[in-house]
Design a protein around this ligand. Structure first.
Ligand SMILES: Cc1cc2nc3c(=O)[nH]c(=O)nc-3n(C[C@H](O)[C@H](O)[C@H](O)COP(=O)(O)OP(=O)(O)OC[C@H]3O[C@@H](n4cnc5c(N)ncnc54)[C@H](O)[C@@H]3O)c2cc1C
Length: 456
């Protein structure tokens, strides 16, 4: 098999590369290798009835397959350089925002036209946050919702499937440099190409390390974000979420001067398990369809941990903490905020008696046995700070699920074209360490596709 471009990974990065390549240069031969299945075959076995929690499938239907980790996500496309990645450092702030807007246009012309764009511009919340030692980050956010996000992906796939060769359930084991390009190995299949775009996301991070090692591509890694997912009655945050949908709020703790931030806010949403390389952590999402809404809002509170030399394995550190919660709780642990402050574990009885009905079946336990004190103290301080702008956040019955870990891929050494030191080998999306979000990953895909379209 010979191609002009082989894309590895069919997450937002890979999909938008394929989309832009076929649009700009329809005559090019493009293939996509994806370790998971096609969109319609992606089905997590958790049904809440027979299977209540993660059974650690070999290929996780939530993380792998057409649509990548974003397929069943909340579909929040944040258009900002303030968070979600550092693409702007490579391609400039204006171009990064232009590309994110372009991605938004594609989403709305492929099924997302009925969805709303929220913005922090002109919001009075900014002042209220400042008055309470909180900082509101600026962004516009298109909320597709899990349901519309799926429709958009379906429409894009239908448009691409006759123009691109898709190979599903085809994990790539090896990328080899040849005289005039690359050879990609997947099981007993091989494909040769002039340009190769690697877009394997967070789930492909371990594999990405081996690619970099084999091809002698420098990398660095020093960050992991650790915290909990907070679940409260939606009404407590509704004055914020109705206006902004998602608000990224940062608090600098008085005790350690650490930054704690809100992340991935899901109004009327549900808390879910996330399986990264067999480790169960927590995440959340919500639907655009009002009939699928819950009575709760959830969001993460995260503390970034940066390490300096000689320690290099920041993800290993995050994994160990997540493993500890898996060891104690068999998966995710849930605790009432009141129990945490009183220094006692939560029990099923106390959770059942509480006013917040959990949307995820997690094991009642004690998060102070899992999270480092400094991180836990920061989270407790932040909950009290948020209570000042959304009274009720620090109620005893507020639920905390742990742990939530944001693993950052090691940063691959890339130039301003997102190209490695090997000509024609590009690394994009979350797998590059440059992006951590749907909009940035997608924008990086469009960017590289245009570079390749120009160069070929
Ligand atoms: C539950 C959940 C909710 C989220 N919600 C949001 C949100 O609302 N907003 C937001 O901005 N971000 C959200 N995110 C993060 C977002 O999904 C990611 O930032 C985004 O998907 C990254 O895109 P990507 O293309 O770089 O990687 P991915 O989406 O991870 O895609 C990579 C693909 O590569 C495949 N792959 C990996 N290794 C190989 C290999 N060796 N060979 C072949 N294929 C391989 C994987 O199977 C996967 O399909 C969420 C994530 C999760 C898990």
């Amino acid at each position: 098999m010979k191609y002009d471009v082989v894309i590895i990974g069919a997450g937002p990065g890979g999909i938008f590369s394929a989309y832009e390549l076929t649009k700009e240069r329809p005559e090019l031969k493009v293939a996509v290798f994806e370790s998971g299945t096609s969109l319609e075959k992606r089905k997590c076995p958790i049904d809440g009835d027979k299977i209540k929690s993660c059974i650690k499938c070999k290929s996780c239907a939530i993380m792998n397959g057409f649509g990548g980790a974003g397929a069943f996500s909340d579909g929040k496309y944040n258009i900002t350089n303030d968070f979600g990645g550092t693409l702007y450092k490579y391609i400039g702030r204006k171009q990064a925002i232009d590309l994110m807007n372009y991605v938004d246009e594609i989403n709305i012309t492929h099924g997302g036209e009925c969805t709303k764009m929220y913005s922090t511009a002109g919001t009075s919340l900014k002042k209220v946050c400042m008055q309470n030692k909180l900082t509101l980050l600026e962004a516009s956010v298109r909320h597709l919702g899990t349901d519309v996000n799926y429709v958009v992906l379906e429409n894009i796939y239908n448009e691409l499937k006759d123009k691109v060769d898709f190979f599903f359930q085809s994990p790539v084991q090896k990328v080899e440099k040849t005289e005039d390009g690359y050879k990609v190995y997947s099981g007993d299949q091989t494909a040769e190409c002039i340009n190769c775009i690697v877009s394997v996301g967070r789930s492909g991070s371990k594999w990405m390390e081996t690619v970099c090692k084999n091809l002698d591509i420098p990398t660095k890694s020093n960050r992991v974000d650790i915290g909990v997912r907070v679940e409260i009655p939606a009404v407590i945050f509704s004055h914020i979420t109705d206006e902004l949908y998602e608000s990224k709020v940062v608090y600098r703790t008085a005790k350690f001067e650490d930054n704690v931030r809100t992340f991935c806010m899901n109004p009327y949403g549900m808390v879910v398990n996330e399986n990264t390389n067999g480790i169960i952590t927590v995440n959340g999402h919500s639907f655009d369809d009002e009939s699928k809404r819950t009575e709760n809002t959830n969001f993460a509170l995260l503390v970034a941990k940066h390490f300096s030399e000689p320690f290099k394995d920041s993800n290993g550190y995050g994994e160990s903490i997540a493993r500890l919660s898996n060891m104690l709780g068999g998966g995710v642990i849930v605790q009432r905020f009141g129990d945490l402050e009183r220094g006692r574990r939560s029990t099923q009885k106390r959770i059942d008696e509480g006013t917040v009905r959990p949307t995820l079946a997690a094991t009642p336990g004690d998060l102070s046995l899992v999270l480092p004190k400094r991180i836990l103290d920061g989270i407790i301080e932040m909950i009290h700070a948020l209570d000042r702008i959304a009274p009720g956040t620090a109620n005893d019955d507020t639920l905390l699920y742990g742990v939530e870990v944001k693993f950052y891929n090691m940063e691959v050494d890339l130039d301003e074209n997102l190209e490695t030191k090997h000509k024609g080998l590009y690394v994009i999306g979350d797998g590059s360490g440059v992006t951590h979000s749907l909009s940035h990953a997608s924008a990086s895909g469009v960017y590289v596709a245009r570079k390749i379209a120009e160069s070929l």
